[in-house]
Design a protein around this ligand. Structure first.
Ligand code: PAF
Length: 279
């Protein structure tokens, strides 16, 4: 099944204009490709919220720092298009880097506050790159609703702040984390894991669930964070950037529920992130 594909803003806008003229509601699912069942669930959610679904596939160079995995990030447009067509996506938007950032492009969108903690400390330029490309995608497609996975929980908070602060009319919807049977959060970066690392990786979710249970029993936040880090170390994770109990909106430390527990750490050369909520 072949999927209609737009590669330029005028082509994208022509499709969207035709749908709007027919009174249809449009959803956008932004992605960086290497699509898996988690992305399929985002498209399925988008389908339930709109008449038409666009998925964008763009590996955004601006959100990778020098030395990160931009060059080795998995790419495969044919497989991505097949997956999208199979779950009812109407249009693939796959701009080239030159179409997204033409010569002379000189604007950076920077969201303060919620961007500055956790991932913002570990990857200081990351959220400027995300906010810049997401602002562009939302302005290019002008969707009624855009869907982002909760696996990147802080990214979702940053995008909500972006939409609020810039008065974007698009509704931002978070989608639950899709997990493998053993609990590992689905991620395109899981493809980097060796078989032994893949076996060890679900320990990250187990550490988060144990932390959520400890908080629910009333254990102090600092103790729960220390136990989480120890559990990750015992499972072979290194370079633990954070294992943090935070408030779910500001992502600032908080002594009382509701909480979001977020973590980022490496298994071998692969950096994994995950999070769980505590009501
Ligand atoms: O979550 C992602 O895949 C990316 O950060 C996004 C939102 C598509 C922006 O490049």
């Amino acid at each position: 099944m072949s999927l209609p594909t737009a590669r330029t803003v005028p082509d994208l806008r022509a499709c969207v204009a035709a749908w709007r003229a027919a009174g249809e509601r449009v959803a956008l699912v932004p992605t960086m490709g290497a699509l898996h069942a988690g992305h399929a669930s985002l498209v399925t959610l988008a389908r339930s919220r709109a008449d038409r679904v666009i998925a964008s596939v763009f590996v955004n160079p601006k959100q990778f720092a020098p030395g990160e995995d931009f060059d080795r990030y998995p790419r495969g447009e044919a497989a991505d298009a097949a997956l999208l067509a199979g779950v009812g996506c109407d249009l693939l938007y796959a701009p080239s880097p030159e179409a997204m950032y033409p010569q002379g492009f000189a604007t950076t969108v920077s969201v303060g506050g919620v961007s500055s903690v956790l991932e913002g400390e570990a990857r200081p330029t990351h959220f400027d790159g995300v906010a810049t490309v997401v602002a562009k995608l939302l302005l290019q497609a002008l969707p009624d609703v855009a869907i982002f996975g909760e696996k990147d929980f802080q990214q979702l908070a940053v995008i909500r702040a972006l939409a609020r602060d810039l008065d974007l009319t698009c509704e931002i919807v978070g989608a639950p984390i899709a997990r493998a049977e053993d609990g590992l959060a689905l991620s395109s970066r899981n493809a980097y894991l060796t078989p032994a690392e893949r076996q060890a990786a679900p320990a990250m979710q187990r550490a988060l669930v144990a932390a959520a249970q400890a908080l629910a029993r009333g254990e102090p936040v600092a103790q729960v964070e220390a136990q989480g880090r120890a559990a990750l170390q015992a499972a072979g994770f290194t370079a633990i950037d954070y294992f943090a109990v935070r408030g779910p909106v500001t992502l600032q430390p908080t002594p009382t529920a509701p909480f979001r527990i977020l973590t980022a750490a490496r298994l071998g050369t692969t950096r994994l992130i995950d999070n769980v909520g505590v009501a």
